[in-house]
Write a protein that binds this ligand. Structure first.
Ligand code: ATP
Length: 337
């Protein structure tokens, strides 16, 4: 049995969480797997009710679980996810962008993954005022850069793809910080002679994600660049509603959609739950690999192929050109998995 902590979140978070619970319950019924779901509060609502965006009980319950699912939280996201990533040392943020059928996508034939360093860069929140100015510290360390580079090359090794790692940075301007990052990636690349390696400036990468996205396989980059480029890559393949993510450390992992709380569509039963359900697929892969549990991996594949087949047959939510509500789309998945 796997204990899954679930942060139900803000905005569309509770609707996505309801969908996730239905799918996990269906997996419990139908397959030889058991998930116990522990619902937890964190985010804007938790802040208003308890004075803390990440209550201590929530953190304790996450630590006692086998993996965490996190629906999006609102304005207090920095006090929840950024803190969790650092406290649990979830150093690798994995954001796949894959072409699904019949999407309002800019391009087809895309299968890439962005491996984003998750603990450093401008996201450590080390900012202060200095007279009339404001200063943010950008911290890039050799250890963290080498660790994420190694993760990216291991990912490229395991993927059934063109086996290429693109290191994205801006070392022509940020010579010391991004210079260190690029050097660490180059050093690590020497241990992987069968994986092609290239470097690309972040502005060129932003352009190439539109111009020739099918040429990317694994992108490795720093925290802020990875955040921005993964929103872009998800839009290239059909939108944030289809974009899952994983935050992975050596012992624990947390899975969440790429997008935020989307307050503009909250409470309307129109959000696309695929971003969260594909995050469950990533969780099943991770649990399967960690516990040597092939059943988990198999069920994850079934979940992804069920979503793939549904969108192929035109069963889609509004954001990707369909008519289904969140709950109707979820029901189609529970009926078909
Ligand atoms: P954040 O800064 O926290 O990432 P954001 O303000 O950039 O959040 P998001 O919440 O990520 O915005 O979403 C941007 C827009 O994309 C939303 O306003 C919404 O219209 C759309 N969107 C995001 N997620 C979904 C989804 N699951 N289903 C349908 N539309 C979505």
């Amino acid at each position: 049995m796997y204990k899954i902590s679930l942060i139900t979140g803000d905005g569309i978070g509770p609707e996505l969480s309801e969908s996730a619970v239905s799918i996990l319950n269906r997996i419990n019924e139908k397959f030889d797997l058991k998930f116990e779901i522990i619902k937890l509060s964190a985010g804007d609502k938790a802040l208003a009710e308890t004075g803390k965006a990440l209550p201590d009980e929530t953190l304790d319950a996450i630590k006692q679980s086998d993996a965490c699912l996190k629906a999006p939280v609102g304005e207090s996201a920095a006090d929840v996810i950024v803190v969790l990533r650092r406290m649990l040392d979830l150093y690798a943020n994995i954001r796949p962008a894959k072409s699904y059928p019949h999407m309002p996508a800019l391009r087809d034939g895309i299968d890439m993954v962005i491996v984003r360093e998750n603990t450093e860069d401008l996201y450590t929140g080390k900012e202060f005022s200095l007279g009339n100015s404001a200063v943010a510290l950008r911290i890039i360390s050799e250890d963290a850069s080498q660790r994420i580079a190694k993760y990216a090359f291991e990912t490229a090794t395991q993927r059934n793809s063109m086996k290429k790692v693109t290191c994205v940075h801006k070392s022509n301007v940020m010579r010391i910080t991004d210079g260190l990052f690029a050097k660490a990636c180059t050093e690590v690349s020497k241990n992987y002679p069968n994986i092609a390696f290239e470097e690309m400036y972040v502005d060129a990468c932003a352009m190439n994600l539109i111009r020739q996205p099918e040429k990317f396989d694994v992108i490795v980059t720093t925290n802020l660049f990875g955040d921005i480029l993964s929103d872009e890559s998800s839009q290239v393949v059909g939108g944030l509603g289809m974009a899952p993510a994983a935050n992975i450390g050596d012992d624990f992992a947390l899975f969440e959609p790429v997008h935020g709380a989307a307050f503009d569509i909250a409470g309307k039963n129109i959000a696309n739950p695929s971003s969260f359900l594909l995050s469950i697929k990533m969780m099943l892969d991770w649990l399967g690999n960690k516990h040597n549990d092939s059943k988990c991996i198999e069920v994850g594949q079934k979940l992804e192929s069920t979503i793939f087949d549904l969108v192929k047959s035109g069963v889609k939510t509004k954001d990707i050109g369909g008519e289904m509500s969140t709950s109707e789309f979820t029901k189609h998945i529970t009926d078909n998995i």
